[in-house]
Design a binder for this molecule. Structure first.
Ligand SMILES: *[C@@H]1O[C@H](CO)[C@@H](O)[C@H](O)[C@H]1NC(C)=O
Ligand SMILES: *[C@@H]1O[C@H](CO)[C@@H](O)[C@H](O)[C@H]1NC(C)=O
Length: 247
């Protein structure tokens, strides 16, 4: 019995000792620091290269690219309405953010942060159907989007839970709004190399970039916020609060 207790506690101690080391992707802040908000901004920015490469120790995948399954856009109305489905979406540039502001959660109030990203690019496969102006627009090929000047406003609700490693935070709800200064959308490598359809589609995307973006945005925001929640929780689930903020 004594032996069992000794072994268990030695193992426990070893686990504790290893687990107490601050991992390199964490930049610690002090609660008493008058510049706590600035410290937290830096701590978030400190994570960027780690988000970009992924953190295998805690099974956090790389966000470059950030992979999303699919989105469906109805771009013109009517029975022959022009519709685009995007799949195998890869988003590049998400880890290249700058934290502009940060507000901690306070009681029932959510935490808030504003990030800017100079450029997000999306590469996807698309299929389209319906009629575009007067051209039957059934086709498939590559879809590319370049979003310059991206601002993301994020609001989130967090809960805390006690684990053997200490108190952990958990993101329960994340609300994300994107604003994009300059969207550029295009298609290429259309099936059968249909030049007229390629040109008509690109003309449409160029002239209606902001409308297409408006159709794309709610789904994109929803997908990004659920993906970000997953990433944040993967991190928070593995790292207790006292690693991020010490008294
Ligand atoms: C990251 O952003 C900086 C500007 O803030 C820019 O110069 C750089 O090219 C960007 N890198 C990537 C990979 O997007
Ligand atoms: C997003 O925009 C909606 C509508 O303008 C607003 O109610 C919501 O609070 C915004 N969310 C964030 C995270 O800014």
């Amino acid at each position: 019995m004594l032996k069992f207790v000794t072994i268990c506690c030695l193992l426990g101690w070893a686990g504790w000792a290893v687990g107490q080391e601050i991992p390199p992707y964490i930049k610690q802040c002090r609660r008493s620091d008058p510049g706590l908000t600035d410290c937290l901004k830096e701590a978030l920015q400190h994570l960027r290269p780690y988000l970009s490469s992924g953190i295998p120790e805690i099974k956090l995948p790389s966000v470059e690219p950030f992979v999303m399954d699919q989105l469906s856009l109805q771009l013109t109305g009517g029975p022959q309405g022009y519709r685009i489905n995007l799949k195998n979406m890869e988003v590049f540039g998400a880890s290249n953010f700058t934290v502009r502001s940060i507000k901690l959660a306070d009681g029932s109030k959510p935490f808030e942060t504003r990030l800017t990203i100079p450029r997000l690019t999306i590469h996807a496969k698309y299929t389209s159907s319906g009629v575009l102006i007067i051209i039957p627009a059934s086709g498939s090929g590559d879809f590319d989007a370049v979003f310059d000047g991206v601002t993301a406003d994020v609001k989130g609700l967090v809960s805390t839970n006690e684990k053997p490693t200490g108190m952990h935070l958990r993101v329960e709800k994340l609300d994300l709004n994107l604003s994009i200064k300059k969207p550029r959308l295009s298609v290429s490598k259309i099936f059968n190399n249909n030049r007229i359809l390629t040109e008509a589609t690109n003309l449409f995307l160029k002239e209606n970039g902001h409308e297409v973006l408006r159709a794309l945005q709610p789904q994109l925001q929803k997908k990004l916020s659920s993906e970000f929640t997953g990433i944040a929780n993967q991190l928070l689930d593995n790292v207790p609060i006292h690693f991020f903020i010490v008294d």
